[in-house]
Design a protein around this ligand. Structure first.
Ligand code: ADP
Ligand code: MG
Length: 207
């Protein structure tokens, strides 16, 4: 079966591409063999991650974009690619060109949403050329119990890209897991809510 290919994309930095790519890959590796591709040349995934301690139930392999292009990666059911914080260009086209699902993490503020507008347009332009390509906003770093402001709702509506129902909350455990080089799945009981939202995100992507 061909792998399901998921890319985390937004030309804007700091919205959660790397955090979500990493945790999604770890959650997916609990289901089936997974490959995590770090396409950010300044990416640090390979440097800090404690790979030995971070496997799920199945294997998780890792490579950078150059390594991916060279080939030779093990067979996998899921592939997660972390994009560099670039809006467009050949590199991005090549990465998104091989994705089935593109997730565009956004912070839930009108300012951040509008700053992601050109990325959303770029993705929709690609979808125009590849009708099977799925693309969604993922609201990340959402404050607990806070409703989405009307301004944010209208920014989302104006951009016309669907939003996945799961919202990823702002949680210290995402940062502390990153500091420890592990995913939220390895952070014990106080990460249960974070694991739960990553699981729900995965269910929405793989269904
Ligand atoms: N849901 C979250 N809760 C708390 N901190 C987060 C969350 N998502 C991301 N962060 C933090 O925000 C910063 C930017 O996230 P990162 O994944 O590096 O973004 P990007 O890859 O888009 O530049 C990092 O310090 C990361 O730990
Ligand atoms: Mg990043």
């Amino acid at each position: 079966m061909a792998p399901l290919r998921i890319a985390l994309y937004n030309g804007k930095g700091g919205c959660g591409k790397t955090t979500l790519a990493w945790n999604l890959a770890m959650g997916l590796a609990r289901r089936a063999p997974t490959l995590l591709v770090d396409a950010d040349p300044q990416g640090s995934l390979g440097d800090w991650a404690d790979w030995a301690g971070s496997e799920g139930r199945y294997s998780i392999a890792f490579c950078d974009w150059a390594g991916w292009c060279e080939g030779g990666q093990p067979d996998h059911r899921y592939r997660v690619t972390d994009c560099p914080p670039r809006l467009d260009g050949d590199g991005i086209e090549a990465i998104l060109g091989q994705a089935d699902v593109v997730l565009l993490p956004v912070l839930p503020s009108p300012l951040d949403l509008w700053a992601s507008r050109r990325s959303a347009e770029f993705l929709q332009d690609l979808q125009g050329r590849r009708p099977g390509l799925r693309g969604y906003f993922v609201l990340n770093q959402v404050e607990a119990r806070s409703a989405l402001s009307r301004a944010s709702q209208s920014a989302i509506a104006a951009m016309g890209l669907p939003v996945l129902p799961v919202r990823v909350a702002r949680r210290a455990v995402y940062r502390s897991a990153a500091v420890d080089g592990v995913s939220v799945y390895h952070m014990g009981r106080h990460a249960a809510a974070a694991c739960d939202e990553i699981e729900r995100l995965i269910e929405e992507i793989v269904k």
